[in-house]
Design a protein around this ligand. Sequence first.
Ligand SMILES: [Zn+2]
Length: 140
Amino acid sequence: MKERNTEVSIEIDRSKWHKPSYLGHYDEKATHYEGLRARCLKCGKSFVFSAEAQKQAFEVEQRYPCWLPTLCPTCSQEWKVLEETILQYEHSWEANRRVLARDREFLRKWLALLQEARPYGKKHFESRVRMLVKTIAKSE
Ligand SMILES: [Zn+2]
C-alpha cells in the first residue's frame, strides 16, 4: 500500500540498489520514492516508511527494495537500546562465564532481557534462553 507524500520528493537511483533490475515496491516507471505504510510488529501501530528512510535502506544499506521495516521508529529505537544491553550481558558472560554461572541475579536479569526481545520479533536468542533456564535451575 503506497501513500503519496507531496512534501518530500526523493529520486530513486537504481544504480545504487543491490540489484538495479529488481523492482521491489516500485514499477520500472517510478522515478521517486513514496512513503510506504507498514504495521509495527511490536506495538501494532501503523507507520510510514518514509522516502528518505527508503533511500537509506535500499541505496546505502543495500537492502532488497521489497523490504519493509517490521518495527516503527519508536520501537526500533527501543529495540536498539535493549539489544545493546543484551550484548553487554553476552560480553560479560564470554569474559567471566565460570563466576557468572553461579550469579543468579545476573542470570535472571539476562533471561528477562531475552524474553523482552520476543515481542520485537527477535527470536535468535531462543537457544540462549534455554541455556539460561538450565543454568538457573542448576544454580538453585
Ligand atoms: Zn512500534
